[in-house]
Write a protein that binds this ligand. Structure first.
Ligand SMILES: [Fe+2]
Length: 164
C-alpha cells in the first residue's frame, strides 16, 4: 500500500521509530483508561445508575485526564517533529513536514479550545458520563483523521476504535 507520507517512517532510524510507537501506545492506553473510567460508556447512559461516590470519583478523574491530555499530546508532537526534522532529505520531505507540523498545531488548538472546554461544560451540567464520551470520541476522531492524513499518529496495533 502506498501512503503519501509513508516514506517518513521508512527513513526514520529504527530507534526513533520505536520511540514514536511507544508514545502512540502510551496515548492509546491513556485513552483506554479514560474510556474505562465510565461504567456506562457502552450503554451511553448518564450517571443515574452510579452512586454519588462513583460520580465524584469520575468527575475528579475526568479533570485529571483533561489536565494531562494536552501536555501528553503536545510533548508527543514535539518529539515526533524533532525526529522528523532530523531526517529531512529532500524539499518534498520539508514541504510535507511543514504541513504535518501545521496540522499538529491545529490539533492542539482544537483540543484546548474546543474539546476540553466542551467536555468541561457538560461535566459542570452534571453529566460526567457524556463528558467522558465526548472527550474520548473527540480524541479518537482527531487521531484517526491525523493517521489517515499523515500515516503514523497511532499505529493500527494500538487498537483504538470508537465502537470496540
Ligand atoms: Fe503526527
Amino acid at each position: 500500500m502506498t501512503l503519501p507520507t509513508q516514506y517518513e517512517f521508512i527513513r526514520i532510524p529504527e530507534e526513533d521509530r520505536l520511540r514514536i510507537e511507544e508514545e502512540h501506545t502510551r496515548l492509546a492506553t491513556f485513552l483506554r483508561d479514560l474510556r474505562n473510567t465510565c461504567s456506562e460508556f457502552e450503554s451511553r447512559q448518564d450517571c443515574h445508575d452510579c452512586g454519588s461516590e462513583k460520580t465524584s470519583s469520575c468527575q475528579g478523574r475526568l479533570a485529571s485526564f483533561q489536565f494531562d491530555l494536552l501536555d501528553m499530546v503536545a510533548q508527543h508532537y514535539e518529539n515526533e517533529e524533532n525526529i522528523m526534522r532530523n531526517n529531512l532529505a529532500t524539499p518534498d520531505d520539508d514541504r510535507i513536514f511543514r504541513s504535518h507540523q501545521a496540522e499538529h498545531a491545529r490539533i492542539l488548538d482544537n483540543i484546548r479550545k474546543k474539546l476540553i472546554r466542551e467536555s468541561s461544560a457538560i461535566n459542570r451540567q452534571g453529566n460526567t458520563a457524556a463528558a467522558i464520551r465526548l472527550l474520548y470520541e473527540g480524541m479518537v476522531t482527531i487521531f484517526e483523521a491525523h493517521e489517515n492524513e499523515f500515516y503514523f499518529v497511532l499505529p493500527k496495533s494500538a487498537n483504538i476504535q470508537k465502537d470496540a
